[in-house]
Design a protein around this ligand. Structure first.
Ligand code: CTP
Length: 414
């Protein structure tokens, strides 16, 4: 008899079922399997019969270290069609074909993987890969919506080269990013069976804006984008449709996230306003330059002999957080911001929350180890209703999850 399921962080390894659908991206699932196995998880590969046309049984068995079965008729004495699903901590299907999504949505069970999906009570992640037409077909759209409504995480496919010469939305995201998402889902434990952001569209800005002086120079800041990317990843793992507006970041694209790259504060403002039009929540994690040079030199600024340089005249950038807080593209839209402070952290944070007019403000103290470039953070989330939620020093993803808890609760209440 198994005990209560606990978050992965509290266990040495999780029981992961890797379902593999019949698509060319099946070869990428080998890399995903390897990552799970190398991280100490107990992985069982369950390829469909069509997946075996792309990658053979020997590969799945060798990489997982256990036999990879496809049909329910093998080792019948172990009742695998029930037991594999019942004992799993996570089922991830990658690639999930249109056919598999349809079967899962309608509860069909004609092979080991679809039986497993019906018996699993753990979190389930689908990473679809197919041609754009199939992904966009109303039948697939409805199947995806059904699965998400039931709490499954269905990752948005990536955009890029598909099988053959065509390009578009439908590629399997990078295996390392699918792994990261699964890691997040496992870390949430049983709570992950409730995709509390499913059906929600969230917009996250990340990174730091750069304000050009000439073709080779800019005014910028040290933001790495890690906190914004953690927010995007965790929201995707909780079932949200995520638009990530990335300002000058150098991080791998998170799986299942619509990524829009921007450079300056003015470009970020335009992108935020556009994406916020149908968003349930907007989180401004980007470090936005408050000022930009008045003049842009189209040629590189050169030294003028021994002459002192001309001063750089600056003008104010728009305050995006204040603007979206004041305008709210949708009734009930939730707006959150970040504030890095050096002194009187809480008092300055409270004043900033009121000034910006947002619902939530994550306030962190800038200092050693904290904030810029690091993978950890420590903060207090201030809310317009007067509540304060301290977040202890820890991974930026933990802070992100706390913020989404607060956002989800407010959206549900609204
Ligand atoms: N922000 C914004 N637009 C700006 C400046 C900041 O949307 N032009 C957002 C940031 O994304 C962040 C929040 O506002 O979520 C707070 O940023 P911060 O730089 O601390 O705010 P400022 O208003 O610039 O305050 P300060 O005077 O302390 O620099």
């Amino acid at each position: 008899m198994r005990g209560e399921r606990q978050p992965m962080a509290e266990r040495s390894g999780a029981r992961v079922v890797l379902g593999v659908g019949g698509g060319i991206a099946a070869y990428k699932a080998c890399e995903l399997l390897r990552r799970f196995a190398e991280s100490g998880h107990e992985v069982r590969a369950v390829p469909t019969a069509s997946a075996l046309h792309f990658v053979g049984e020997a590969t799945w068995s060798a990489l997982s270290g256990r036999p990879a079965a496809t049909e329910v008729w093998e080792h019948v004495e172990d009742v695998p069609h029930v037991r594999i699903g019942q004992t799993a901590d996570l089922v991830v299907v990658a690639p999930a074909t249109a056919d598999l999504l349809a079967k899962a949505a309608h509860g069909l069970a004609d092979d080991l993987l679809t039986n497993t999906l019906l018996t699993a009570r753990c979190p389930v992640v689908f990473a679809p890969a197919m041609h754009t037409e199939m992904w966009e077909h109303p039948a697939t759209r409805e199947n995806v919506a059904t699965l998400r409504r039931r709490g499954a995480v269905v990752v948005e496919p990536a955009v890029g080269r598909l099988t053959g010469v065509d390009t578009g939305k439908g590629r399997l995201p990078d295996p390392s990013e699918i792994y990261e998402l699964c890691r997040r889902v496992l870390a949430r434990g049983p709570a992950a069976t409730v995709s509390d952001l499913a059906g929600r569209h969230v917009v996250v800005s990340a990174g730091g804006t750069r304000e050009p002086l000439d073709p080779v120079r800019f005014l910028g800041n040290r933001s790495s984008g890690k906190q914004g990317y953690a927010l995007a990843r965790t929201a995707a793992a909780r079932g949200a449709r995520v638009t990530l507006l990335a300002a000058n970041t150098d991080l791998p694209d998170p799986a299942g996230v619509d990524l829009v790259r921007v450079g300056t504060a003015v470009q970020l403002r335009e992108a935020v306003l556009k994406a916020a039009a149908d968003a349930d929540a907007v989180v401004m994690a980007a470090a936005v330059a408050d000022f930009r040079p008045v003049d842009y030199a189209t040629g590189k600024i050169k030294k003028q002999g021994d002459r002192e340089p001309d001063p750089v005249r600056l003008t104010r950038n728009p305050d995006i957080l204040a603007e979206i807080s004041a305008t709210r593209a949708r009734p009930g839209q939730l707006v959150a911001g970040f504030a890095a402070e050096t002194d009187d952290v809480l008092a300055n944070g409270r004043a900033k929350l009121a000034r910006k007019g947002c619902d939530l403000l994550v306030v962190n103290e800038v200092g050693e180890r904290k904030t810029f470039g690091s993978a950890e953070n420590e903060a207090v989330v201030l809310a317009a209703d007067g509540t304060e939620t301290p977040v202890p020093y820890g991974p930026k993803e933990a802070l992100a999850d706390t913020l989404w808890d607060l956002v989800a609760r407010r959206l549900d209440a609204g």
